[in-house]
Ligand binder design. Structure first.
Ligand code: IMP
Ligand code: MG
Length: 338
């Protein structure tokens, strides 16, 4: 069984929390993270906050093998720091073909006025490394002796796990509208963030996929430049309790109410089979920390049901608070539990 988790808006939808929830509640044997260190995933679990830039958020499940895909771009300092902090050595592996970001890539971006001022890049060297990759001069994981004990042929490994009936979770990064191809170009990141791009980075074809879980926040946020339909003035963002700080750069996130047009298009772009909704408590405060559908306030339920009608797929998971366990899981009730 293969599930892909993908962001439905501009990143920061809460994919980290959704992946961590799935890893703790389903029998997940392997999790793969794609993308790069410009994307931060936050997991709050048991009173601790983890900010992950390269290790899969599924690390919370100690029995889950953790992988970084061939299409990923890794910074060695970030990788080794997270491996140590999270204590995941021995169960984390890197595809031998993953790309490596070097200091020169970070320096190149630091000097780039266009990236900094016009695009609002996180300046983590990701785009510059991608340029080198396209020009076929980027060094790969297999070129670094310090990574030798971590290297695998990920396609081989995943194929073995899937073939023996195991469960694999693929964790996308950023969001649909930051896609280099399908987003708000040029205000996008340096990769295709949609489900197809994610699969390509891992090395699995579309026919292997069982579920594509599209994650939406109950409102829309965006950090950096580019269009944000319905953007609210800062004062209103603060009033609604929607002000957030970006996890990698610390910048303030811009915010807007939930966007049904973007959501419907994201369902198509990702061939999503189910949606996960996060931060429902930020729109309906009485739903805070609720874990059962039946205990949600009626107006919150109606809002979710109207959303399902609008996007045409079931909302199976609903986040109602910061902790991984603040989640309503409707999969059994809706008959989509495997
Ligand atoms: P870059 O990919 O770091 O060059 O950034 C390009 C654009 O994508 C900027 O607007 C960033 O703020 C945005 N971006 C990149 N990664 C993330 C992310 O993980 N979450 C939200 N926005 C991101
Ligand atoms: Mg993030």
């Amino acid at each position: 069984m293969l599930s892909v988790v993908v962001g439905g808006f501009f990143g920061d939808e809460g994919k980290g929390k959704v992946v961590a929830y799935l890893a703790l509640n389903d029998e997940v044997n392997a999790a793969v993270r794609v993308g790069s260190v410009n994307a931060g995933h936050t997991v709050i679990w048991g009173g601790k906050e983890f900010k992950l830039r390269i290790i899969p958020s599924a690390f919370v499940n100690g029995g889950c093998k953790l992988y970084i895909g061939a299409g990923s771009l890794v910074r060695l300092d970030v990788f080794f720091r997270e491996v140590t902090t999270l204590g995941v050595a021995g169960r984390v592996f890197v595809d031998k073909n993953a790309g490596i970001i070097e200091d020169k890539h970070v320096e190149t971006e630091a000097r780039d006025e266009y990236l900094r001022n016009s695009i609002g890049s996180t300046l983590q060297g990701v785009g510059a490394a991608m340029v080198d990759r396209v020009m076929r001069r980027l060094k790969l994981a297999r070129d670094f002796p310090e990574l030798s004990t971590y290297l695998v042929d990920l396609v081989d490994e995943l194929w073995r796990i899937l073939d023996s009936g195991g469960n694999v979770l693929v964790e996308g990064t950023q969001g649909t509208y930051l896609s280099l191809y399908h987003g708000t170009y040029p205000y996008v990141t340096s990769r295709d963030t949609t489900a197809s791009g994610i699969l390509s980075e891992v090395g699995l074809g579309p026919k292997h996929v069982d579920e594509v879980i599209l994650v939406f926040k109950s409102y829309v946020t965006r950090v950096g430049s580019g269009p944000l339909p319905g953007e609210l003035p800062l004062e209103e963002v603060i009033n609604r309790g929607w002000l957030e700080k970006a996890s990698v750069t610390g910048r303030m996130r811009r915010a807007a109410p939930f966007d049904y047009n973007l959501a419907r298009r994201a369902v198509i772009l990702n061939s999503a089979t189910q949606a996960a909704l996060t931060c429902l408590d930020k729109v309906f405060p009485p739903s805070a920390r609720v874990r059962e559908w039946g205990k949600l306030p009626p107006e919150a339920k109606r809002w979710v049901e109207d959303l399902e009608d609008s996007i045409g797929i079931p909302v199976t998971l609903i986040g109602t608070g910061d902790d991984v366990t603040h989640m309503i899981d409707r999969r059994k009730d809706l008959g989509v539990m495997r």
